[in-house]
Ligand binder design. Sequence first.
Ligand code: ADP
Ligand code: MG
Length: 585
Amino acid sequence: MRFSIRYKMLLLVTGVLVVAMLSYLLLASTLFQRDKRAFIFDLNASIAHTLSEEVASAVGSVSDKLLFYVAASKAQKDPRATLMKVFAGEPDLLQISLWSKQGTSFARDATLTDAPRLAAFNVTSDDLETAHKEHPIDFDAVLATGRFVANASVAPDVSLLWLAIKDDDRVIAALLRPERLLRIFGESGAYVAYLVDGRGQLVVHPDPERVIKHDNMRHLAGLDAALAEKSSRAVVQLRERDGQTVIGAYARIKDPPLLVVTETPESEAFNASRELIKKSALFAVGIVLAAMLVSIYFSRRLASPLKRLSEAMTDVGRGEFLVNVAVESRDEVGVLATAFNTMASELQDRDKRIEQARDQLIHSEKLAALGALSAEISHEIKNPLTSVLGFAQIAQKSTDLAEIKEHLATIEKQTKRVRELLDNTLRFTRVERNQNEPVNLNDVVGDTLKLVRHQLASQRIKVQSTLCDGALVLGNAGQLQQVVLNMVMNAQHAMRPNGGTLTLATEHGGNGSVCLKIADTGSGMDEATRAQLFKPFFTTKPKGEGTGLGLSVSQTIVEQHKGTIAVESAEGKGTTFTITLPRRS
Ligand code: ADP
Ligand code: MG
């Protein structure tokens, strides 16, 4: 497959950029993710810690109030009225109960509820009693730690929690709605926080259903250790929530024993890096597109002068040297264009010189042919001149007017003959360059024969010509005559000394061509001669008789006329040259 420079450049730039962008994205997202993960660990730990402190202070504030009012009520005449004041300051409080030890167990001494508040929250006293029955206070725990908080929720929809405080040998217990604590644990998109009691049960969770179901969270990794007071704070990687990995942190509250848990899905870290990758990928696509456009622009700028150069080179290859490539830049391409223009103009000069040399060669060969004919021509002129002279002398002596007229007519005829011969010769010697006009091959044959007629006859050579109609070609009559003359002279040489028959024929060939056949019955040629026939300066004739340029020049002329020369020859039997030229339509 062949790719242009433009595509190669485009592929290269795009490839490099894509690889660079991908590696950058990979590196950035890995680093970012690692960093984000560490951040999530830290964030969880610090949130859990803060929440634990808030929970401790909230629980502490309620317990302090309860202890204060219980203590205050002891000295009062109507302790209940004093105790009821606690409800005013604690909107989450639904019930207070006072317990004292009776033998081994605790018995309830008093129960205080705020009836309007229960009604307002759609909670009945029965619900509260159910809480007492189904989720009783763990008095051992109260005695052991002084304070106790636990889940006291009642199905199907009452979220409640126990707060029990040891007060000397008595226990003050309160049933509370979890609202205030829930506010502390208010949900965020990034994490979920909840409160677990000393037994591992959910106490406060943004999802109330889980609290009402008394979900046990002991299955969480590290939770047991945290509950067993082995660590007060921990950050762990939990495998939880629908198989998703969750990063969690614990913070333990000592009194009452509670555990704040925060959880963030690890995918949060991925989300952020995914967002980064998404944005960066968009950016990268933009950069790659921009780079592609820029590289298309520049490669086009680079390739178009190269294309022009290659087109110009094709022209030069065809022999059209008159080209000039515009030099638009000073870079390597510009230098190349300049060098190319110089080369083209030098080629043009050289072509011109070659053409001149060829014309000179053709002309000098013509003169050489003429030189060979000069004796013949002077003979041709001398003969009529002699008779002109003779008849002039006779006419001068004659007195018979009719006889004188007859002699003058002969003189005129002979003079015309000389003039015709000289015209023919002069026409032949004329330098005619680059003529491209209709030429009748039959006329070329006739004119040539006029030049050599006498010579052929004197060497006992019989001339036969069979000419067809419409043997018209386009070209230079003088040059074509030069070709025919050379062939006729060659034939004449080959038929020395015994003479023979020279046949000249024009006929229509295939593909709209005209053929001129020049056949002799001379010596013919051997293989070696035939092989070198058209080479310049190849001759088998003695010095002074042949230049060896005749056929080489003939071939040049015929090729200039877009034609061909073929030769057939058998030793001792003769030779036939066939010149095929495109017929003028
Ligand atoms: P030149 O006539 O000066 O020798 P040419 O190029 O005309 O040069 O011919 C080259 C050679 O080809 C001749 O020397 C001759 O040996 C051979 N040749 C050309 N025409 C004929 C022919 N009709 N018969 C035999 N040999 C020929
Ligand atoms: Mg010759």
